[in-house]
Design a protein around this ligand. Structure first.
Ligand code: LLP
Length: 421
């Protein structure tokens, strides 16, 4: 599952001892295993090897250019959702013909940048967005490759905040309205219809919602064909879940089997947009215990907070937390909390935790997906370093921010400078 393992009571990432990295880069930091990333990508991609497909890594889950480059070097592309992610993917060297662009709120500038880059397709989420794309493409004198994200109204049975395929969610075009939109698009001079896309949610632990939505999308593709609209690409989004605690998600092979069976012989290139399943268990957040405090409850106060890893506060998400050294100590129930001035700032609550003391290191596991990428500077905390392990070495792939980075772009206007303090 991953390459974080104990040797002689010390946590290693592959052949690198975690305390050695902590010594070199300070804490907190995100630590990724190159071997796990590579193995996860290969397992996923291989599961679809017998049909035409492109594995477009969902950049939002872990957008570091080194990670994007690693997947690109294995033949992967990118699923992007902003001009910033487009910039990252291009900088990392991702082939534009393997980039798909999703999201409900693309601006005209973002659309222009994507079209100028020659990406594979824009996944359009509304009729107004289509009109915007037509206008930008006409201005550039080219034809915009598009697919429409249809909303199949399928319950992904996951956390409400990360469920996207229900009719009440903001995403996509209701599948019942989609035919009309495709017909309208087919008449626009600067639009080329490439495909259909669909993404129903994240951290899915069952294959049935994927199959159910694919069945609906397939029926829709048949309807399109009857109208003479033949598509070359079918984008099934991402969403395959991982094990954080006791979940038992299908593995990529099982997921692929179910999808391929439902696809039948549909003649088009499949686009997949996995994020979490590739990077989630490949990364850990390493943090140091600052203090412990015991009263009515026990608190372990660490140097990483909700600004560094938002998932526990935001989704009440579970992340296993382990002592980096001597993991088999006695245990006590405690809350693991950060330095942020909010009660919602916790990494774990009421958890059996090893009896750690100040300066001990903790590893917050399964933090590779939506960990660093959702981190912020809240409480004016510089964002942490990211480190990638490759064989026996480790590489800093993002330097820790400094106090100067915190105020970059800020200035005190002259009228205030004149006022004494
Ligand atoms: N494609 C689209 C259009 C998406 O919106 C997403 C995720 C993905 C692909 C990748 O999904 P994945 O394979 O990673 O499940 N911050 C939340 C997750 C938000 C997911 C948003 N969309 C979390 O930390 O759980």
């Amino acid at each position: 599952m991953h390459d974080f393992l104990y040797k002689n009571d010390t946590l290693y990432c592959e052949n690198v001892a975690v305390p050695t990295v902590a010594e070199a880069v300070g804490t907190p930091f995100y630590l990724y295993s190159g071997a796990t990333l590579t193995r996860h990508f290969a397992a996923f991609d291989r599961a679809f090897a017998d049909i035409p497909h492109i594995t477009c890594f969902a950049a939002k889950s872990c957008a570091n250019i080194a990670i994007l480059r690693l997947f690109a070097s294995l033949g992967g592309g990118a699923d992007i959702v902003s001009g910033g992610e487009l910039f990252r993917a291009r900088t990392a060297g991702v082939d534009p013909q393997k980039i798909v662009y999703s999201g409900v709120g693309k601006t005209a500038d973002e659309i222009r940048a994507a079209l100028e880059s020659g990406i594979l397709m824009l996944n359009v989420e509304s009729e107004q967005e289509l009109a915007q794309i037509q206008e930008v493409a006409a201005g550039l004198g080219l034809k915009a490759p598009v697919s429409f994200r249809v909303n199949p109204d399928v319950d992904p049975k996951t956390h409400a905040y990360i469920s996207t395929g229900l009719a009440k969610n903001k995403f996509g075009i209701p599948i019942g309205d989609a035919l009309r939109v495709y017909l309208a698009a087919s008449k626009l001079p600067n639009i080329t219809i490439k495909g259909v896309s669909c993404h129903i949610g994240s951290q899915l632990t069952l294959v049935s919602p994927f199959v159910e939505s694919l069945a609906k999308v397939k029926r829709f593709i048949a309807q399109l064909a009857e109208e003479g609209i033949v598509i070359s690409h079918l984008d099934l989004g991402g969403g395959l879940g991982i094990r954080y605690n006791a979940e038992e998600p299908p593995d990529p092979a099982e997921y692929a089997r179910a999808i391929k069976q439902e696809l039948g012989g549909l003649a088009c290139t499949l686009i997949l947009e996995p994020g979490r399943v590739l990077v989630g268990n490949a990364g850990a957040l390493i943090t140091k215990v600052l203090y412990t405090k015991e009263g009515l409850k026990k608190f372990i106060i660490v140097d990483a907070g909700m600004n560094d890893l938002a998932r526990p506060s935001l989704y009440d998400a579970f992340h296993l937390i382990q002592a980096v050294e001597r993991p088999d100590r006695e245990q006590t129930v405690a809350d693991v909390v950060g330095p942020i001035c909010e009660t919602g700032d916790f990494l774990a609550r009421e958890r059996m935790m090893p009896n750690v003391t100040a300066n001990d290191l903790l590893a917050v596991m399964s933090a590779g997906a939506y960990g660093f990428s959702m981190s912020s500077n809240y409480n004016s905390r510089p964002r942490v370093a990211e480190v990638l392990v490759h064989q026996n070495d480790f590489h800093i792939i993002r330097a820790r921010e400094t106090n100067e980075s915190l105020i970059q772009g800020e200035s005190i206007p002259d009228f205030l400078k004149k006022q004494s303090v």
